[in-house]
Design a protein around this ligand. Sequence first.
Ligand code: SR1
Ligand code: MG
Length: 410
Amino acid sequence: MNHTTYRTLDAAGIRDLIAGLPDIAARLGGTVEHWQVREVSDGNLNNVFIVTGHTGEVCLKQSLPHVRVDPAWKMPLDRTFFEAEWLRAVQPLAGALTTEFLHFDPVLYVLIVESLSGHTVLRSALMQGVDWPGVAPRIATFVAHTTFGTSLLARPFEDVFTARGIFCANQALTRITLDLVLDHPYRDHPRNHWEEPELTPIVLDIRSSAATLMAVENLRRRFLSQPQALLHGDLHTGSIMSTPDDTRVIDGEFALYGPIGFDCGMFIGNLVLHYFATPDHAARQATLRDIAAFWACFQEQFLILWNMNEAAPAGTLRPLAYGPAARVAQQAFIDEILIDTIGFAAVEIIRRLIGYAHTADFDAIADPQQRGACRAGALAFAYHVLEHHAEMVTIGDFLFSLGEREKTGL
Ligand code: SR1
Ligand code: MG
């Protein structure tokens, strides 16, 4: 097989590729003719396949030279390279909470990882009505360990600068986030769309609110200029696969160094979308519990790691001060992450309702009027959060405001 040029692989090409990779072929077992190749692509960007043999299974992802769901939107191929680099970086920090890296082909831009076919995409599981209280703390553990472990708090600056140099080159996908999350929804843009007319007055209010637009501008600057840690960069509920007892973060192709609150905010923003898409009271209470548990667990674990690090290896930023004053400074750092988290959650909600890439959460609501009301409720909440961003400084403020929405029937 010619491995010198890129081409988009079909089932035969995938079998051929794997036949030349002895470790992966051995993992599948049996012979190449018996390997089943099943396409499972459901994200916006890439082709994804599950390859099954007699004794095992792998997941293969290939970048396309365009956005998968919009072939006219051209894209460089390097996103699977960044996902491979992200996996290599986070596996030593939180390996049990992601997938095992198996192979990367730098010509075909193919990434092969452990298959998770026994797991369900978290967004789909939530839409089916599961209540898995272990998921939010596991995601908090993942975010705490990967962000702390890739930051200047845990590593010599030389290592961090080298990693930043790698992920600084992930410019095509960073551009997507900047445009789709932090720019287009706030102005007329052909990629924006929404169905329900009841969203339009809220969109106009958002676009004419100076406080809201200034909050978004501030988040945009922070996104690009606060390289605190290596982020997943797209931590929505479609980037998480789970069972009741085992949760994995996948799809790290948007990885970049950025503000830690970005990952926290993406996750919380998507839980809020689920909240508004589920008018059932008990399910909403479970979502409030999950958001509170995520934040409490993230904060606790990040601080534990930081305090264990007082005996940090040579070369890291060893603490110069100890005792109560140092604890206050640590808490100030966490509080700043929370302020970012709340803001990024709000912009994530907004872009999923009126921007380019919507989510399926609301599709389960059959009645169009109710669906429109639920979407409008979510949009109005996100608008309220940005409008009052300066006053919303604790997770309690955020949860109180979310809980209040239910009382008004939204
Ligand atoms: C063109 S890509 C659109 C969205 O899909 C990805 O999952 C990211 O969320 C991105 O913003
Ligand atoms: Mg993705």
